[in-house]
Design a protein around this ligand. Sequence first.
Ligand code: HEC
Length: 163
Amino acid sequence: MSEVVRELQALPDQDIRAMATYLASFNAPAQDPATLDSAAQQAIARAAQNQSALLGPAQRMFQSACAACHHDGDGPSVLGLNRPMALSSKLTSDRPDNLIRTILEGVRDPATREIGFMQGFGDVLSDAQIADLATYLRARYAPQAPAWTDLTSTVARVRQTIP
Ligand code: HEC
């Protein structure tokens, strides 16, 4: 990417703007929550109810690191995609391993172009921060399920399995 940025410096601003407009035209329009089916809408609404009780550092971490691509339908779609967390099976499962793996590794090699890309956070978040984030996500998006325990050591264990 840095090469592209360097090469483009020679172009007039209006050409770069025209290119950006063209590229942006490929993005799907923001997802309309009304088009989500009603079970999905209920899951999102349930999760939203828990929000105010969970304000704190982990909630701010989610807002700043994740919510651009995983909000509840009340924001823009980055790269044409928004995936509300309330719909992820990784938050309702008995074990947190898959959630932790996704946070550590991201989605590097999506199956299709429509799925989009997620960066890994393994290099920027500590085990304790990822544990806090997982605790928050579980409480907010799967309040019906019991809290996960021993998260910090689980993050350390899952981290070991990532090449
Ligand atoms: C740049 C956008 C972006 C950011 C930022 C981002 N993600 Fe993702 N995330 C994605 C995409 C794209 C997928 C793949 C969606 C799919 O599989 O359909 C994904 C998938 C996931 C999944 C799996 C969803 C499922 O249904 O199985 C989880 C869990 C997740 N992200 C959590 C997070 C967390 C936690 C953060 C912040 C630490 C984060 N994401 C930040 C784009 C992002």
